[in-house]
Design a protein around this ligand. Sequence first.
Ligand code: NAP
Length: 347
Amino acid sequence: MKAATVRRYGGPDVITLEDLPQPEPKPVEVRVRVTAAGVTTADARLRANDAPRGFGLILRLITGVIRPRNPVPGMEFAGVVDATGTGVTGFLPGQRVFGTTGMSGGAHAEFLTIRADGRLLHQPDSLSDAEAAAFFFGGLTAADFLLDKAGLRPGERLLINGATGSVGSAALQIARSVGAEVTAVAGRANHALARKLGADAVIDYGAGPISGQWDVILDVVGTLPYPRAKGLLAEAGRLLPVTATLAEQIGAALRPRRGTHRISAGVIGEGRAAMERLIRLHRDGVYRPHLGRTLPFAEVRAAHALAGSRHKQGNVVIVMAQTAASGAQVRSATGVNLRDPVDGGLG
Ligand SMILES: NC(=O)c1ccc[n+]([C@@H]2O[C@H](COP(=O)([O-])OP(=O)(O)OC[C@H]3O[C@@H](n4cnc5c(N)ncnc54)[C@H](OP(=O)(O)O)[C@@H]3O)[C@@H](O)[C@H]2O)c1
């Protein structure tokens, strides 16, 4: 099979396409023929060993000290069950599935194996393969922070700092469904998108310091640590630092209360219950992942460069050759064809 590989940490140019043996499913595993895979900020961070300050060594201990332990990157995928281990129930060859391999990676390849009782679910027909591949990263993060950590309530004023990327575009949709009054911070070029996804007001981060009062601040980009966010939080306001340094995370864990304010940081839960809740939100018409760019697998380097840019719209997805050839799945939620190859392909 063709697989993207990262044999040393670095920029997008360290990625190569290699021929690797197809993985064999263990008795409890399913082999998935990948049709599309998300290329997320986390994939770009892992490839570059670029963790928020303080997490660099911890990240290397998890992913490999000298070089990535699993050379195949990628977490989020959509695909078709190709084979099942002898002990697998609940999945049959040919069924459309989607899920996430988490930190173990392996999704930027034509085939992957994953435990059947792990983070693997049946794909709803209402999602294209590209949308299914972009479903979980931003959506799980936004739902965890807004619903679980903040307990966002109708009528509350919410500021989303970094509102049109993967996490922000999901957060806008979820916040709208809760009935919050949402202010989105993004570059001017993305203000129309923010409004379309649910923002009541928009702020250009290039136009000077932010001013106002909010009940909840979701800081996706990490430019509003508590000392800066303090003056923007209303009485009993909650700060949600999605991208926190190690010191900020420890500080939030040891001292979550600051006067009437509360800080809730941490890594999100990606268990099946959280995944199933997100699927329910999709079925209820609340959430659909926003597709920014959808690129052929051969352009995985360009996809990684976009994912690490900190300025992408929604989600970046790579589609495998057989999916791209059909043309059927390479479209946005609005039906606009987003297959728009950019330079940097590996052929
Ligand atoms: N805690 C957790 O468990 C967890 C889980 C998932 C993700 N994360 C973290 O979440 C972060 C963001 O993820 P993402 O995938 O949503 O990012 P992304 O897709 O790259 O989106 C970045 C967003 O930030 C905006 N932005 C860029 N510079 C800004 C600035 N100076 N001020 C305000 N907004 C700015 C961009 O707008 P323009 O494009 O208009 O510039 C865009 O809307 C990553 O650092 C990731 O590691 C944490």
